[in-house]
Each structure stands twice: as structure tokens, then as C-alpha cells.
Design a binder for this molecule. Structure first.
Ligand code: PEP
Ligand code: MN
Length: 322
């Protein structure tokens, strides 16, 4: 075994604990079993759940052509594989910016054409599914819609992979049940997302339930990623939560990035600027190295960085602390 490995279960536990089986009994096809091995979701040339670590990054909302293109180019160079950005925005206030709709989708498609990044974007209503599916590579179901079964069914039937975000007050069983609805509608390509939940704690926007990631890696064959941006609500904390997600075994992260967060039309306070994004990506490296040399090398190659002995030394420093 790779020295200093986090000893994450490579493909989850071979057996799911009996009490978890009972607790998640309503989502039988989501649970790992001898019949159901790890799901790998393939989008363009990206694999999610195949043992690699995938970074999805981009603005909260699609604002302007310049904002999308500048962000797409930057995050691609820093190692992201998928561009995020909302064209249809669920907002807490009905008076806030609701997204550019079709114009936003077109900007995202243009960014894909220019950068080769795959696109993930939210679909909020069943009526919009055909339109969003025409432009997006992955359909995002937002937290506020996790239990909107009509939307889940329509999105599932589009045939596009689904990024299913955990509802703000949803239990892990609720999340897995919604994933089961997508599978029941003939779509096996579900990526789960832990994005923080509401608890009695109010210091942060949400409480990052990192144990949910570790648990889901054990019980489910579906990939799970983390959204440190919505979990933290504050850009200063996003890199730390991203590192925790790597250590917990997440298959990737989805992060909000903006050229000028202070001017963002939504979620500027939790968006990273380009320098902060680069620093975060670099800071993930020793944690990725703990997950295995192959994963680390792949990540570095994507960023155009050659593996240096110093990085291996970083692994041992972490091992001593951990
Ligand atoms: C988003 O990712 O843009 C978003 C609105 O997130 P959530 O649904 O998790 O609140
Ligand atoms: Mn947002």
C-alpha cells in the first residue's frame, strides 16, 4: 500500500452494514452490493466516480460572456474539468437576479466550445428540461428541488447525467431516495452532492456534513462530490472544506469562482477569485497524494506540473500530523 495512504475504501465496503441496509431500504438500487459495483459517470472525456478526483468550477450565475469565458479559461488551466454556472437561478428573494435563461445556456455552450470543459447547470422546472438538456452535459438538481419528484423524473428521462444536491433539511436517506427515483426512471448516471445542511449552528451559511460523504462512500456505488462553497458561505473557508472533502473520500468538488467576487450578481461572498482558486487547487495536492500516487500524478499532469520529490516529502509531513 502507498505509504501514508488515507486507507479509504477503494470501492467502498464490500458489505453494507445491516442497520444501514435497513435504514436505506427504500433505495435498494443505490446501495452497493455484489450486484451493484461502483458507478462511473462519463461526461465528454471526464470520469466521475472512477477513482479520480474531478473539480467542477465556475460562477454561481452566468452573468456576462466575458465573465464566463474568463472564468472557464482560468479554471481549466488550473485543473478543473467541468464548468459550472447557473442560467436558471433559485434565489431566496423573488427580487434577486433569476438568471439569463436561454442566453445563459448559450454562453455556457460557447465556453464549452472554446475550452472543451463539460457543462453542469441547474434545471428548476420540468418544462425547462428539454431546453437545458440540449445545452448542458450534466443537469443539476438544486437543493430546493431535491424532493421535486416530477422534476427528477423529467430530468432522469432526458438521459443526461444528474448532479443531485442534498436538500437543506434532507437526511441521507432522503437524498438516497431521490437518487432511487432517478434510477427508477432509467437513468443510472447520478452524482450525489453534499452541500451543507441546516442545523442549529448559524455562524456559517450551512453545516458541512462531511460524515455523509464518508458514509455514502461506504454504502452507495454512486459517486459523491462536495460543494464547499454553499456549505461554507464564506470564501475564506472554502479551501479548508475542499481539503476535508478530499480526505473524506469525495469523488470531486464543485466550487464557485468569479473574476471579481465583490461584483458578483450572486454568492460573491463565497466565491473564490482566480488567485484563491489556484491556491486552493495547489493546497489539495498533498491530500490527493494521500489517496494514492496515481491520482496525484493525474491531477498534476492536468495542471502541467511535473512531480517533484518535495511533494512526496509533503506527504510524510502530513502523515506525521495525522
Ligand atoms: C448552486 O449550486 O448554484 C445552488 C443554488 O446550490 P444549492 O442548490 O446547493 O443551494
Ligand atoms: Mn451559488
Amino acid at each position: 500500500m502507498w505509504p501514508g495512504s488515507l486507507r479509504l475504501p477503494r470501492n467502498g465496503a464490500h458489505k453494507v452494514r445491516q442497520d444501514w441496509h435497513e435504514q436505506f431500504a427504500e433505495s435498494p438500487d443505490v446501495l452497493r452490493s455484489s450486484r451493484l459495483r461502483q458507478t462511473v459517470v462519463r461526461v465528454l472525456d471526464v470520469e466521475i466516480g472512477g477513482g479520480g478526483f474531478v473539480t467542477m468550477a465556475g460562477p454561481c450565475s452566468v452573468e456576462t460572456e466575458f465573465q464566463v469565458m474568463a472564468t472557464a479559461n482560468h479554471v481549466r488551466r488550473a485543473g478543473a474539468r467541468i464548468l459550472r454556472g447557473g442560467a436558471f437561478k433559485p434565489r431566496s428573494s423573488p427580487y434577486s437576479f433569476q438568471g439569463h435563461g436561454l442566453e445563459g445556456l448559450k454562453m455556457l455552450a460557447h465556453a464549452r466550445q472554446e475550452t472543451g470543459l463539460a457543462i453542469v447547470t441547474e434545471v428548476m422546472s420540468e418544462d425547462d428540461v428539454p431546453l437545458v438538456a440540449e445545452y448542458a452535459d450534466i443537469l443539476q438538481i438544486g437543493s430546493r428541488n431535491m424532493e421535486n419528484y416530477a422534476l427528477l423524473e423529467a430530468a432522469a428521462r432526458s438521459g443526461r447525467p444528474i448532479l443531485l444536491k442534498r436538500g437543506m433539511v434532507a437526511t441521507i436517506a432522503d437524498l438516497l431516495r431521490s437518487a432511487q427515483v432517478v434510477l427508477d426512471n432509467g437513468n443510472p448516471n447520478v452524482i450525489l452532492c453534499e452541500r451543507g445542511i441546516r442545523t442549529f449552528e448559524t455562524a456559517l451559511r450551512n453545516t458541512f456534513d462531511v460524515a455523509a460523504i464518508a458514509l455514502i462512500k461506504q454504502v452507495s456505488h454512486l459517486p459523491i462530490i462536495a460543494d464547499p462553497s454553499h456549505a461554507a458561505g464564506a470564501s475564506e473557508l472554502v479551501p479548508a472544506l475542499a481539503r476535508i472533502a478530499v480526505a473524506a473520500g469525495a469523488d470531486g468538488i464543485i466550487v464557485e469562482v468569479h473574476p471579481k467576487p465583490e461584483e458578483a450578481w450572486s454568492d460573491g461572498e463565497q466565491s473564490l477569485d482566480f488567485d484563491a482558486f489556484d491556491a486552493m487547487m495547489e493546497s489539495l495536492e498533498p491530500y490527493l497524494a494521500l489517496r494514492g500516487p496515481a491520482l496525484h500524478e493525474r491531477q498534476l499532469a492536468r495542471r502541467g506540473v511535473a512531480l517533484r520529490p518535495r511533494q512526496a516529502a509533503g506527504v510524510h509531513a502530513l502523515e506525521a500530523v495525522g
